[in-house]
Design a protein around this ligand. Sequence first.
Ligand code: CU
Length: 153
Amino acid sequence: MKFTRAIACVFLFTACTPNGVLVSTNGGTSVATVTRIDVSIAAFGQSATPAGLALGFSPIVANVAVGSGVQFVNVDNTSHTATSIQGTTFPPTSPFTFSATTPSGSTLSSGFSSGTMQAGQSSAIFLVDKPGTYLYGCFFHYSGTMRGEIVAQ
Ligand SMILES: [Cu+2]
């Protein structure tokens, strides 16, 4: 009997708590893992990505699992956004409107924006709902190639 209970606990533990804690996305879905993407134009220099030149986010290409969450954290001392872009390569000119400065969306596939994140602020947690490649960029610094990529599998 003791043995059976111990086995059940092991199964429950591994099934429920990779990180020990479930957190809620802004759409209300619970996720066990949240990938943090740090945001700083000062700290993270330019590199080549499959979608084009990019900078200002770390990791600049984030590999994430469907069913997990993504959160942007502004570790810079100036304001930024992380705002989704349609397509598979970065457009040469900014695809954004001023609406990028307002938070929107709850999943990667629906399109999203962190809204303006002041220094030290974090975005909502967005659900990684479907496999795919998701591009995004900063409303304020798009022309300076402040852009990033999320690959969801
Ligand atoms: Cu920016």
